[in-house]
Design a protein around this ligand. Sequence first.
Ligand code: IPM
Ligand code: MN
Length: 365
Amino acid sequence: MKLKILVVAGDGIGPEVTNEAVAVLRDVAELGGHEFTFAERRIGGVAIVRDGTPLPADTLDEALASDAVLLGAVGGNEFNSLPPDKRPEAGLLNLRAALGGFANLRPAFAFKELAVNSPLRPEIVEGADILFVRELLGGLYFGGPREWNRSTGEAWNTMRYTREEVVRVARIAFKLAQGRRKKLTSVDKANVLEVSQLWRATVNEVAAEFPDVAVEHQYVDAMSMHLMNQPRSYDVVLTENLFGDILSDESAVITGSLGMLPSATIGGKVNLYEPVHGSAPDIAGKGLANPLGAILTGALILRHSAGLEPEAHAIETAVRKVLESGFRTPDLARTNPHGYTVLHTTAMGIKVRETIKTQLLAVSS
Ligand code: IPM
Ligand code: MN
């Protein structure tokens, strides 16, 4: 299996955590005789500083010529006063648009070992296993008109969707639900917004193609509460762009740390892989960051771009085993620092890689 991966590590903790994910992928390639090649390019704040733009043309060209793009994080406090189209985040949004992936898969999984990390009671989170499917190229993020008119003191953004945009992401979500527990919850605000009424009607239309999947609709406000009260009731959760952004961060509470959540964006020309966490400038460069979200994102590359399901699974199992053995990054050890062996970024990466090797060698022998 050959795979050309572009790494755009970006800002803050991005480079530290993607290093560990790349090391894991290199090991998997070596053990399985696969040929993975890695190139690196700039995006976000580091590209603003070095190239004067958050998404240099050379980064975009290289991304479009790759089989998969692995992104670390973008953003930093020094860019906060820039207008939206000049900020590091614009680099990521433009990259997303150019690669064309519209279905952002964000699994939120309650690791048993991390139950104490969640402010929710263990019996509420245990066994929770949700797959968010966030529409990634529409809604308020990309809809026009958009403007901040400083002379009139008004600003506006547009939450716009076409029927086709809803159909294509809904189909992916239903198909994924068919391979899981066959339940799909669609999130909207159809009691107030026309765009949500279109969303709901279209999801119902698509539902007719998937009679084996049970569909329910939830308003986003109610959903934000249900997710915390009964996370186990959800299987696939389908959302528009902004609602998915918000609910996926909220779902970090189920897992116990934002540092654990991976994501994959599929459906376009080139799949884009990024952990859900941000650039965490407060801990950047200190080697403290949790690389597990990035490493689990590496597993999604193997699953969705390489068709290497056993290897993807081996990474996920290794992460679980490392947690079972009591190893934690600082963000995961906050509630009980003395009960665990606290490992920093690189040491955690090495621990996971040792565990993957043992597993993959056991499988192949
Ligand atoms: C995410 C992030 C991005 C988003 C930002 C960095 C543009 O919050 O991936 O969830 O809002 O989509
Ligand atoms: Mn977000």
